[in-house]
Design a binder for this molecule. Structure first.
Ligand SMILES: Cc1cc2nc3c(=O)[nH]c(=O)nc-3n(C[C@H](O)[C@H](O)[C@H](O)COP(=O)(O)O)c2cc1C
Length: 191
């Protein structure tokens, strides 16, 4: 049974998560292929698809949303799991927010809600089995890869908004990947 794991990353943190998910699924007996969203094959020959993106300023990266958009019809016909990698624990941005989706994307309405609305609309089109948010990683020594990122990093208080460190929770990631394997296993038994 083929599982395609697609990721969109800017600094590599999400690629690491996707690779770990692929390893867990492989160890669970699946034929897992991990690919970056800009080069990933169409999902047509996959039995299930996992798609994840890093979150920047409340939005998925364009490669991630673009992959879903291009392949909406095919994705809607197969089991899909989504993950977002974002929140940096201790960030002054999230102190009062308990809901992980809200911590990553911000509020459902009002200024800055565009990224969340977009992922909600794409989810409505492909109805994923789950959308989980994993904590991310931020290395201030890795040079910025976009203009807004450059500005945010030099803003006063940026160290409070972007705490440095690798906060990826590998046991949570592995448990989630195992759960995907368990959900797909009955389909293997049927053939
Ligand atoms: C400029 C900048 C903006 C960010 N904005 C958000 C955000 O809005 N929500 C969030 O949860 N994480 C945010 N993060 C944290 C990233 O999502 C986190 O570092 C993630 O692991 C990045 O994934 P990547 O390494 O795959 O690019 C931001 C990080 C940077 C550097």
């Amino acid at each position: 049974m083929k599982v395609l794991v697609v990721y969109a990353t800017r600094h590599g943190g999400t690629r690491g998560i996707a690779e770990r998910i692929g390893e867990v699924l492989q160890a669970d007996g699946f034929d897992a292929q991990v690919a970056s969203a800009d080069k990933a094959p169409r999902p047509d020959s996959a039995d299930a698809v996992v798609i994840g993106s890093g979150v920047y300023l409340g939005s998925w990266l364009k490669d991630g949303t673009g992959y879903i958009e291009r392949n909406q019809v095919s994705l809607a016909k197969r089991p899909v799991w989504l993950f977002s990698s974002g929140p940096l624990p201790g960030s002054s941005k999230n102190t009062t927010v308990n809901d992980p989706i809200e911590a990553a994307f911000g509020p459902t309405d009002g200024p800055g809600s565009g990224g969340r609305k977009r992922i909600a609309a794409l989810s409505a089109a492909i109805h994923p089995r789950d959308h989980v948010v994993f904590q991310g990683a931020y290395d201030p020594n890795d040079p910025p890869r976009s203009m807004p990122e450059r500005f945010l990093r030099i803003m006063p208080g940026s160290k409070d908004i972007l705490p440095a460190g690798d906060f990826r929770d590998w046991s949570a990631i592995e448990a989630w990947a195992d759960g995907i394997g368990q959900a797909l296993r009955p389909a293997i038994a049927v053939g």
